[in-house]
Design a protein around this ligand. Structure first.
Ligand code: PLP
Length: 428
């Protein structure tokens, strides 16, 4: 027999009064160890859907919000709480609430600030599902949305004054053209007309931009992207003040968009390396963007670090602009882009972003599929536009992969191949 390590676990019924028969012990033996005097270095995963206390009065007080604690995971859970605490800390807000996906968070955030008959003013290039939830689900509930070019502050001001919305929505860095919102100016416009400002900070992450410090009332995230960072957890987060988070928790008790404790734990683990990953991805993306800008097969490059951001530049916490780069393949349409994507060896053509892996996406096929080619062109999304989420691989390998695939995609022969030691690589 090995020596006991001091973790003496009961082999009895939950209250410890009986040992019970074989079936009873199969269910209960080893569970519910007495409260330990050691602290695990990382938050344990608590999959329990419910929690109980020594006395029923305590349970009653927790139910009544008179005492902190956990009773039921749809209401709250220690692993999920750890993630919420981390995100609130990084976003600089009083609190945060976790959700089962970014869209669940966006749904909750919009629901918080609109009632039937209200109006929303939203960036015309918001993420496709955000566009759809506003124009379908919320429109059916009597909430009308007016879309506007969020970087045209005069247009935003005029629209807000005319429409008198209860909510203004935008993304810190837009998808796929990576345009940067002037959050302090937008907060000023929204608040002057009594509206709230909701900012989707998925692309920027709090490492680069903290929207609440610039006046945003609600900061939403697809935690599936940079926060988790490894492509293995689907999650969403809202960061806001204490009062709004309390209202969101009450709402979530009824609607049940609860994040799974394991996904919460994976996201929390991902967050530990967020600054390292985003610093590396920003540095690599800036190098890839400069390389693309000098490439003969590339017509235009969209990267905040290469653009004149005007006053919006001030929202960045540090001289880094994230890991997302978009570019137009010269003279390309769907056929050439498909050939390019099929020829990639390292960068994966997958419908997500923000992972440690490099990923490419064709907006005309995915996020902006519902629009006609003309509608897409109207918002600047050409049929040769490719979106790249730069991973943490060696940057020379990423550019070599892009270069070789561009040669195939555009039917260029005698392709220059940028390897670690090629002249193309030395331009990085
Ligand atoms: N917000 C942005 C900017 C996104 O890109 C996405 C997904 O791609 C979402 C929200 C939705 O997140 P999820 O897929 O986790 O629901």
């Amino acid at each position: 027999m090995p020596e006991s390590n001091g973790d003496e676990r009961p082999t009895t019924s939950p209250r410890g009064r009986h040992t019970g028969g074989f079936a009873t012990r199969a269910v209960h033996a080893g569970e519910r160890a007495p409260k330990p005097d050691f602290t695990p270095t990382v938050t344990p995963i608590h999959p329990a859907s419910s929690f109980f206390y020594d006395d029923t009065e305590t349970l009653d007080a927790v139910f009544a919000n008179e005492r902190s604690g956990y009773v039921y995971t749809r209401y709250g859970n220690p692993t999920i709480r750890a993630l919420e605490t981390a995100v609130a800390s990084l976003e600089g807000t009083a609190d945060a609430v976790a959700y089962s996906s970014g869209m669940a968070a966006i749904h909750a955030a919009i629901l918080l600030d609109v009632r039937a008959g209200d109006r929303v003013v939203a960036a015309r290039d918001v993420y496709g599902a955000t566009y759809a939830i506003l124009t379908k689900l919320f429109a059916n509930l009597g909430v009308e949305t007016v879309f506007v070019d969020i970087t045209d502050l005069d247009a935003v001001r005029q629209t807000v004054e005319r429409v008198r919305p209860s909510l203004v929505c935008c993304e810190t860095v837009s998808n796929p053209l990576l345009r940067v919102a002037d959050i302090p100016a937008l907060a000023g416009i929204a608040h002057a007309s009594g509206a709230r400002l909701m900012v989707d900070n998925t692309f920027a992450t709090p490492y680069l931009v903290r929207p609440a410090s610039h006046g945003a009332d609600t900061v939403v995230h697809s935690g599936t992207k940079y926060l988790g960072g490894h492509g293995d957890a689907t999650a969403g987060l809202i960061a806001a003040d204490a009062e709004r988070c309390l209202a969101l928790r009450e709402q979530a008790k009824l609607t049940g968009p609860t994040l799974g404790p394991f996904e919460a734990w994976l996201t929390l683990r991902g967050i530990k390396t967020l600054p390292l990953r985003v610093a590396r991805q920003s540095e690599s993306a800036a190098r890839v963007a400069r390389w693309l800008a000098g490439h003969p097969d590339v017509e235009a490059v969209y990267y905040p670090g290469l653009a004149d951001l005007g006053p919006a530049a001030a929202i960045f916490e540090r001289p880094a602009h994230g890991g997302m780069v978009s570019f137009d393949l010269r003279g390309a349409g769907r056929e050439q882009v498909f050939r390019f994507m099929a020829a990639l060896d390292l960068c994966m053509p997958a419908t997500t972003l923000g992972d440690v892996y490099s990923l490419v996406l064709y907006p005309a096929m995915s996020s902006h599929r519902a629009l006609t080619s003309e509608q897409r062109a109207g918002i600047g999304i050409g049929d040769g536009l490719v979106r790249l989420s730069v991973g943490i691989e060696d940057v020379e390998d990423i550019t070599a992969d892009l270069d070789a695939a561009m040669a195939v995609g555009l039917g260029r022969s005698g392709a220059p191949t940028a390897t670690h030691d090629s002249p193309l690589a030395s331009r990085l």
